[in-house]
Design a protein around this ligand. Structure first.
Ligand SMILES: *Cc1c(COP(=O)(O)O)cnc(C)c1O
Length: 399
């Protein structure tokens, strides 16, 4: 057996038809799935049940930053799951506390609350800020996405996602992405300003330095907490470990998830020194949070994504991909930073249809984040050859 490599061939996969029947009869229909069944992944590649190979330029929505089935993640999880899988946070386990230390040292220098997902990390951030300023308002920006649980959903000002589930959590205020408007909205009754430094789910919109500066200044002036949602931007995605490093602003706390677990589900709230002790014993908790298996995987993922050589490579790879995309005939604009990129299509082209054709005709995995916007977020280990191949596959769609 080769360490970290798949050593057993996948069992004969059920047919796609069978899975679609199971979905129809038994899955609560919250997802609109593409008609492909993936059975294996390695690096930037995926394979479907018929053995077809795909290039993955979505990485499970920026989860597989280290690539699929990274050998060090596979080995770590295999070893840990067989030794100790779960005990609860009533006891000490090394992976959770070593991960907390590594996350703090890699960023804001305060303390860490571990959880199981992005939405949960934002829930913890909101609770932290309200604990520090009871009953305080939470300011969020137009176009934000912070997750689907009630607190996170209340921070996600999108009519179609919020309206069916009213009433939402009170105290959330939406402001336009305008420095003056943001500044005016923040006062002594504001607990937090919650911001994605690059808005991901709504189409990769990089927030201006002026807007981030205005948020920082307003929080200084009023004592509100500046919270960065780095769930999608973090873990090296933009060419630095955290996206805030490429701004001149440091938040009071940040939330992480997605790529943090190297493919396994984990989230984290990381504070700076000021808010490190705002939450107290009994204030918050979660059964699975920081379990040995996911925490040990996350330590490895964090170490890989912190490597300065990888981060330099992400910036170069991002430039290569962005300029190749800009040259495609159906691309109007390219947006983003590092390997967090989106293209806007020229007039009339439907992004969902193009993404579907990319998948089914060219075996390239990307996704549409709007009617005319396609998002590309390959694993950070993507090679120049893979970038060129992906762009060539996209180019085939223009014919
Ligand atoms: C994905 C995402 C979330 C939600 O994370 P889940 O793990 O799906 O709950 C929140 N914020 C941002 C910026 C995200 O990209």
């Amino acid at each position: 057996m080769i360490k970290g490599q798949p050593h057993t061939p996948p069992a004969a996969a059920p047919s796609l038809r069978r899975l679609q029947e199971l979905e129809r009869d038994y899955a609560i229909p919250t997802y609109v799935r593409n008609p492909v069944q993936f059975v294996r992944g390695s690096g930037c590649r995926l394979w479907d049940a018929d053995g077809n190979e795909y290039l993955d330029f979505l990485a499970g929505i920026s989860v597989l930053n280290v690539g699929h089935c990274h050998p060090r993640i596979v080995d770590t999880v295999r070893e840990q799951v067989a030794r100790l899988t779960h005990v609860t946070n009533l006891y000490y386990t090394e992976p959770a506390l070593e991960l907390s230390a590594a996350l703090s040292r890699s960023s804001l220098g305060g303390k860490v609350f571990l959880c199981n997902s992005g939405a949960e990390a934002n829930e913890a951030a909101i609770k932290l800020a309200r604990r520090a300023r009871p009953h305080g308002k939470v300011i969020v920006l137009e176009g934000a996405f912070h997750g689907r649980t009630y607190g996170a959903l209340s921070a996600t000002p999108q009519e179609t996602k919020q309206a069916p589930f009213a009433p939402l959590v009170p105290g959330f205020v939406v402001v336009p992405k305008d420095p003056a408007a943001l500044s005016d909205a923040v006062d002594s009754e504001t607990a937090a300003v919650l911001i994605e430094p690059i808005q991901g789910e709504t189409g990769i919109h990089v927030l201006s330095d002026e807007l981030l500066r205005a948020a920082r200044d307003a929080c200084e002036r009023t004592g509100a907490a500046l919270l960065f949602d780095e769930i999608q931007t973090g873990m090296g995605r933009t060419g630095t470990l955290w996206a805030y490093e490429q701004t001149d602003v440091v938040p009071d706390a940040l939330s992480s998830a997605k790529a943090l677990g190297g493919g396994l589900p984990i989230g984290a709230l990381v504070t700076g020194p000021r808010l490190a002790d705002a939450l107290r014993p009994g204030d918050h908790g979660s059964t699975f949070a920081g379990g040995p298996m996911v925490a040990s995987a996350a330590r490895v993922a964090l170490e890989i994504c912190s490597d300065p050589k990888l981060l330099t490579r992400v910036r170069a790879a991002g430039e290569r991909l962005a300029s190749a995309l800009a040259a495609l005939p159906f691309v109007a604009t390219v947006r983003g930073r590092g390997l967090m990129l989106a293209i806007d299509l020229v007039g009339g082209l439907d992004a969902a249809e193009l993404a579907r054709r990319a998948l089914l005709e060219q075996r390239l995995v990307v996704n549409a984040t709007g009617p005319a916007t396609i998002r590309l977020e390959p694993p950070l280990i993507v090679s120049d050859a893979e970038i060129d191949e992906a762009v060539a596959r996209l180019e085939m769609l223009s014919g």
